[in-house]
Design a protein around this ligand. Structure first.
Ligand code: 5AD
Ligand code: SF4
Length: 435
């Protein structure tokens, strides 16, 4: 502690789960400096915005939120405002030039230096990819809000260079954390009451560590940890679904029957223009092999519509692929050109056409999601309770397939892993009773 009175830190997180993880680690690092977290920027001594650069809309949120902070900063000039994450990496000093109320800017690979920056030591802008590993310089995990499910970053960055994607530039080259560190962090989380771990990486199934045979080997090693009941991972690239990982889905009970496997498009022409390096047919054959290993697996995906050059036939091929696979749910986005990426500057698809395609795809995906949820009615599923629900005596948790499930269970507590008979399906959740 550098001060006696606790200072207050407000963090807002945008974007992916890795940002959620990073925000937790930044809060821990600032905790060691005497900062405690607050839910209200009005009460904060420091506001930290942990940003996402994946689409233009995501990046623009930073500037509208900074605009809203202006009166607060005018009232209290000693309020410190920091920008972290992927916009920080991509735009660096430009952020301060555009928004002078920002005091510091820190990229995703440099945030172990945030405490020093906040103390006024070191530069106001740090977007280095330092040689030292940030994880070696961060304090040990702390159970801030005791939750039974936790994230654990095992891999960062990406070398795939999909033509639309900022990740190789904002998160850098692919780096895998050493197996021993990952296992130690997992054991530590389990010792603090965590029962479910989601392994994170921009290209998580490309993890290649020391001593273990690929990502499947890492999952096997994690499954040996007593008390770790559930393992998940995200996000994966189809070309890195190795045999040992598919076999892990067959053999390891703790590995949940759920796989997020973005395909982006069902058209070979567009997949090629996107530099995805696989065809629609190869994706479908891969799905066959995964389903042969784990027949009840639920598949989810990401799609981009309106990628430059996409014509009606390409869009029809995407709809066809969706029909053939049958997804439990999926995210779909209109293409957003990102500065610095290979596809930036390519002629855009007419906006109204892209909008119509997005609507059509989303309608199909919504039908599939509803059908998948209704297929759960009558089934017995494992549910890990996370917190009380809105109704008295109610708990809410995640099913094996990652659905939110509401259950009347007055005796239960967060962290209980129970069997639930599913009774009904709502638009974004299920309802069930203790089995
Ligand atoms: N425009 C629209 N969507 C994008 N995604 C990534 N980059 C872009 C972009 N430039 C989507 C992809 C990816 C998900 C995380 O975001 O579908 O899988
Ligand atoms: Fe957004 Fe990608 Fe950065 Fe995650 S890694 S915050 S999705 S730009």
């Amino acid at each position: 502690m550098t001060d006696q009175t606790p200072k207050r830190l407000f963090i807002k997180t945008y974007g992916c789960q890795m940002n959620v993880y990073d925000s937790q680690r930044m809060a821990e690092a600032m905790g060691a400096e005497g900062y405690v977290e607050t839910d209200r920027p009005e009460d904060a001594d420091m506001v930290l915005l942990n940003t996402c650069h994946i689409r233009e809309k995501a990046a623009e949120k930073l500037y509208s939120d900074l605009g809203r902070l202006k009166p607060l900063k005018a009232e209290r000039p000693d309020l410190r405002i920091g920008v972290a994450g992927c916009v920080a990496q991509a735009e660096g000093e430009e952020i301060i030039r555009r928004m002078p109320l920002v005091d510091l800017v820190v990229g995703p690979q440099a945030y172990h230096r945030l405490p020093a920056m906040a103390r006024g030591q070191g530069p106001a802008v740090d977007t280095d990819f330092p040689a030292e590993d940030k994880f070696d310089h961060l304090p040990q995990r702390r159970a801030t809000r005791r939750a039974p499910a936790a994230f654990l970053t095992v891999q960062e960055g990406c070398d795939k260079f999909c033509a639309f994607c900022v990740v190789p530039y904002t998160r850098g080259a692919e780096v895998s954390r050493p197996a021993a560190r990952i296992l130690a962090e997992a054991r530590d989380l389990v010792a603090r009451g965590v029962r479910e771990i989601t392994l994170l990486g921009q290209n998580v199934n490309g993890w290649h560590g020391d001593g273990l045979s690929g990502f499947g080997g890492l999952i096997r090693a994690l499954a040996a940890i007593e008390g770790l009941d559930r393992i998940r991972y995200t996000t994966s690239h189809p070309n890195d679904m190795a045999d040992d990982l598919i076999e892990a889905h067959r053999d390891i009970a703790q590995l949940m029957p759920y796989l997020h496997l973005p395909v982006q498009s069902g058209s070979d022409r567009i997949l090629k223009a996107m530099n995805r390096r696989h065809t629609a047919e190869q994706y479908l054959r891969l799905i066959d092999r995964i389903r042969a290993a784990r027949p009840d697996i639920m598949l989810t995906s990401d799609f981009i519509v309106g990628f430059p050059g996409e014509i009606d036939e390409d869009h029809a091929a995407t709809l066809r692929l969706v029909e053939q696979v049958g997804f439990g749910s999926a995210f779909s986005f209109k293409y957003s050109p990102r500065p610095g990426t290979p596809a930036h500057g390519r002629p855009l698809v007419d906006d109204s056409i892209a909008d119509a395609r997005l609507q059509e795809l989303q309608a199909l995906l919504t039908r599939q999601q509803r059908a998948a949820q209704e297929g759960m009615i009558g089934r017995r599923l494992g549910v890990l309770f996370e917190k009380p629900g809105r109704l008295p005596g109610q708990m809410v948790g995640k099913s094996d397939y990652l659905h939110s499930v509401f259950v009347h269970a007055p005796q239960a507590r967060p962290g209980d892993l129970v069997q639930v008979r599913i009774r009904a399906s709502a638009p974004n959740s299920l309802e069930g009773e203790l089995a």
